[in-house]
Design a protein around this ligand. Structure first.
Ligand code: GDP
Length: 292
């Protein structure tokens, strides 16, 4: 889904989420496990402050497991509950209910003390486009639900999806805008496919990815593209372009005069990254966030 975020759309998205928050007990904030900080909406803390929140690190199947554990510790140190899942294949999904109930323990206990039967926990999924909201909703629903999109008055036509006996989920997620003003976050979002490449040029995104690969996952480039004599760091753009050129040559991305077609080489690299062919990797760690 491509959404052009203009100030009017952000105001409307914010208002729609505020409406939905009135209906639920707990927020599921969906993040991309490969870029947990860059895939966070800048206003999410403020917007959801009235409700308990469970951070779900989605696409964990594509992320570096050690880094996912590191991010788990980071979010917990900030007082947030966190859980890693793969909404596509379903791993971790069945534990979501128990995690949500833990957050609402006091409320549930009060209902029991009053002699009431605790009602199912009501939840709302929120996150930026492409983070996997529909995939998770469909998985919890056990069927494909046609999402209605962001129409005005959206709360009217909403339905609850039952998952087991203890969880009810709004069938329309809260769609939030990604970060715009942080160029590094922009590269990370583009690398994972969360924002379109026409906003940031694909060659530049590929060079950004190569920097991470060379510095943290060096063996991957040797294994996948047969590159030898790789440097251990890419100090500048030219060094990254040299590696991209080497990949292009190995993969036959050549145009007239024997020159490398950088765009083709960049497309190939990003396709391999996004499909997991380069292995499981995370593009930011808690301590790297904000670095230039
Ligand atoms: P939404 O815009 O947040 O609703 O995102 P979608 O549910 O449409 O998912 C965007 C893309 O990510 C789709 O191609 C999904 O198949 C893919 N996707 C979603 N969750 C996962 C996951 O856990 N693992 C992997 N590998 N892909 C996922």
């Amino acid at each position: 889904m491509t959404i052009q975020w203009f100030p009017g759309h952000m105001t409307r998205a914010k208002r729609q989420i505020e409406e939905k928050l009135k209906l639920i007990d707990v927020v599921f904030e969906l993040l991309d496990a490969r870029i947990p900080q860059s895939s966070r909406n800048p206003m999410v803390d403020e917007l959801t402050r009235t409700k308990p929140r469970l951070v779900l690190l989605n696409k964990a199947d594509l992320a570096d497991p050690d880094k996912t554990a590191e991010w788990g510790r980071y979010f917990r140190s900030k007082g947030l509950a966190v859980h890693a899942i793969d909404a596509n294949a379903g791993s971790g999904v069945k534990d979501i209910t128990a995690k949500a109930k833990e957050l609402l323990e006091d409320k549930i206990q009060r209902q029991i003390n009053k002699g009431m039967k605790p009602r199912p926990v009501r939840a709302l999924i929120i996150g930026i486009p492409n983070v996997g909201k529909s995939t998770l909703i469909n998985r919890l629903a056990g069927r494909n639900i046609a999402l209605t999109g962001d129409r005005p008055g959206v709360t009217k036509g909403q339905q609850w999806i039952r998952f087991g006996g203890d969880l009810e989920l709004l069938d329309t997620p809260g769609i939030l805008w990604p970060k715009f003003d942080d160029p590094i976050a922009g590269f990370r979002l583009a690398a994972t496919g969360a924002i379109k490449e026409d906003i940031i040029h694909i060659d530049e995104v590929a060079c950004f990815v190569l920097k991470v690969l060379v510095e943290q996952y060096g063996n991957v480039l040797a294994d996948r593209y047969g590159l030898t004599d790789l440097p251990t760091a890419l100090p500048d753009m030219q060094a990254a372009i040299d590696v991209l050129e080497a990949i292009g040559r190995r993969r036959g991305c050549i145009v007239g005069g024997g020159h490398v077609d950088y765009e083709k080489a960049a497309t190939l690299l990003l396709r391999d990254l996004r499909s997991g062919k380069l292995g499981r990797m995370t593009l930011e760690s808690p301590e790297s966030f904000g670095e230039a």
